[in-house]
Ligand binder design. Structure first.
Ligand SMILES: [Zn+2]
Length: 190
């Protein structure tokens, strides 16, 4: 579905991008949207511009989809590109534009998700990782609690916090939050 949208008029995308308000909080008229990712399971790195102005770059999305594949099975699924925007805006909002993000988990096949559920805690039965609509991440040198606050402030989907494993979960589902196995000080809001 997303792929079809990409093919529409590249010239108009440039025109539209000039209309973006300079006061927009995290994307101040950015033309190139870039992501630097490190996959903690495969030790692969990617440095890629996946969006120019209002237009996603389909070849770049395909590379990101592969990068975020289920590393246990090798299965690839097309990610909701709005998730990439969340990642990109997150790096901006914490003052590390284009900073490198460590990917703890991307796509999960249903069988991988079931296996994780059987062997670990904190894995949801209908996890959005199965829909390629969720990513678990941390950023080297950035306090994960700060990352969590920034993700919550974006109000663009779900945000989970896993302090013991030191990562946050972001997804493109409805706006909600949770904190897994958290100290009481963190479950009372903030
Ligand atoms: Zn997750």
């Amino acid at each position: 579905m997303g792929a079809t949208l990409l093919l529409i008029a590249s010239s108009s995308a440039h025109a539209q991008s000039r209309l973006v308000s300079p006061h927009e909080p995290y994307s101040p008229g950015r033309q190139d949207h870039r992501l630097l990712l490190y996959n903690t399971h495969t030790a692969e790195r990617i440095d890629i511009v996946y969006r120019r102005g209002d237009q996603y770059i389909s070849g770049a999305l395909a590379k990101l989809d592969f990068f975020l594949r289920d590393h246990r099975t090798g299965d690839v699924r097309h990610f909701d590109p709005r998730l990439y925007d969340i990642l990109s805006d997150l790096t901006f909002s914490i003052g590390h534009p284009d900073g490198e993000i460590d990917i703890v988990c991307g796509y999960r096949t249903p069988s991988t998700n079931e296996s994780l559920r059987a062997h670990t805690t904190g894995v949801a039965k209908n996890s959005l990782h199965i829909q390629a609509e969720a990513i678990d991440l941390r950023m080297p040198g950035v306090d994960t609690l700060k990352l969590r606050r920034a993700a919550l402030a974006l109000r663009r989907g779900g945000v989970g916090y896993y302090p013991h494993s030191d990562f946050i979960h972001v997804d493109t589902g409805r706006v909600r939050q949770w904190c897994f196995d958290c100290p009481a000080s963190l479950t009372t809001g903030d």
